[in-house]
Design a protein. Structure first.
Length: 329
């Protein structure tokens, strides 16, 4: 139940795209406020909720439209690093390193299959209901950016989606210009080995080396931070059912002094109270959505001595009572 987070520039890209559609402004306010607060990462569970809510007000093919409008800014440092690569294969290798950092709830992998190269995108959160939407948008963005990068109308050999089709097949084929399969058991873009070896016209070896190093540091720092933060969150999860955790108790479980834990949290721009609140919020959604736990037990599992205190916190987090939320999910 560890939290996955997406890069804030990914949310910025989604927000800019959906503002062109008829979405209730109030539904966009919370996401916009998060960006204005300067946070660098966005809870993937919250992003999941927003996408599902927005989708009810958007054209069915909004995922493909978003991908068709992808810009280098939507890909942050990956765009500059890709432009300077020697060929598409090198750029795809960087893409696989980057997508976990950008999307948070997905991993990306290259797989050689005879004369083809499969670029696979795999959800890492089983409860991610917006996964089909995000995968479609990602693939549309990959193809659109790839055509811009190669300065050619390169088409994949085929596209595979794990989910059932949400749109008429012709709409997918209009964008991808190749066979598209659904219920395929995986999400994959299939390219020929020859396509991947075509030189990029913007190749610059010195820039490529510098941007690769920067991308590696950016992603590495994120993964290291996530690993350490995951350890803190696991400690919180184990202590919450006993009572409300304190900084001292968490530090003791991690083999640190309270001062050292406090310094590490501040170095990542976090306060202990903020992290505790985020963890409770995340777990509350999981427990209440599962319908396996009475609300009194959920309150106890989250370290609240009174169910009323949990109810007030839940309403602050999600705008409704836990009982109403459970009826909506």
């Amino acid at each position: 139940m560890l939290e996955a987070t997406a890069a804030s520039f990914y949310l910025q890209y989604l927000l800019q795209a959906v503002r062109g559609f008829d979405v209730p402004p109030a539904w966009l306010d919370e996401a916009a406020a998060l960006l204005q607060s300067g946070q660098q990462r966005v809870d993937c569970a919250l992003l999941d909720q927003w996408l599902l809510a927005w989708a009810r007000h958007l054209p069915a093919d909004f995922t493909l439209q978003i991908g068709e409008l992808v810009t280098p800014a939507a890909l942050d440092i990956l765009a500059l690093a890709s432009i300077s690569c020697a060929n598409l294969r090198e750029a795809l290798d960087l893409l696989c390193q980057f997508e976990l950092y950008r999307l948070g709830a997905f991993s990306c992998e290259l797989m050689c299959e005879d004369e083809l190269l499969a670029v696979c995108l795999m959800p890492t959160l089983p409860q991610l209901l917006s996964a089909p939407l995000q995968v479609e948008a990602a693939f549309a963005g990959w193809i659109s950016f790839g055509r811009w990068l190669t300065q050619a109308q390169q088409h994949p050999q085929s596209i595979e989606f794990e989910h059932a089709p949400r749109l008429p097949l012709a709409r997918y084929q209009q964008l991808f210009q190749c066979p598209v399969r659904f219920n395929a058991g995986r999400n994959a873009v299939m390219l020929s080995q020859a396509q991947c070896d075509l030189p990029l016209p913007t190749h610059n070896p010195s820039v490529s080396m510098l941007t690769r190093q920067q991308l590696g540091v950016t992603v590495g720092d994120y993964l290291q931070g996530q690993s350490w933060r995951a350890a803190v969150r696991l400690a919180l999860q184990s202590l919450l059912p006993q009572s409300e955790p304190t900084l001292e108790r968490v530090a003791l479980q991690l083999g640190l002094s309270a001062d050292e834990l406090g310094r590490r949290l501040r170095a990542q721009g976090l306060g202990f109270g903020e992290l505790l609140d985020l963890e409770r919020k995340h777990l509350a959604r999981v427990y209440v959505s599962s319908a396996d736990y009475p609300l009194a037990q959920v309150a106890q599992l989250l370290g609240y001595s009174e169910q009323s205190a949990f109810n007030r916190a839940f309403r602050r987090w999600y705008g409704v009572s836990p009982r109403v939320f459970a009826g909506e999910t």
